[in-house]
Unconditional design. Structure first.
Length: 95
């Protein structure tokens, strides 16, 4: 499993494809580390971006709440946030 960090604040995308997940994180976030562990345990791939990035700002502008990090989204809705639960994420992603 790999995560790709995107910190280019100049690039702002409009929407992620429904089949790709975005993990919005911040540095020094112990819940973010937990999110990585849960996603890896479930073999779920996600593209990671910083909450300070332009892409995260665009998602927030479209109404995605980014108050409690990390946030896992499909670009349209929040799939999980805060302290990730393997059981709950399994249900949410139909794994």
């Amino acid at each position: 499993m790999s995560f790709t960090r995107v910190d280019d604040v100049e690039r702002v995308t409009t929407a992620a494809p429904a089949d790709s997940l975005i993990l919005i994180t911040n540095e020094d976030c112990h819940f973010c580390q937990r999110a990585h562990e849960v996603l890896e345990a479930l073999d779920v791939a996600a593209r990671e971006i910083s909450v300070d990035s332009g892409e995260a700002a665009a998602l927030a502008t479209r109404g995605l709440p980014l108050t409690f990090l990390p946030v896992l989204t499909d670009g349209q809705r929040v799939v999980a946030y805060g302290r990730f639960s393997e059981e709950r994420l399994r249900k949410e992603l139909a794994l």
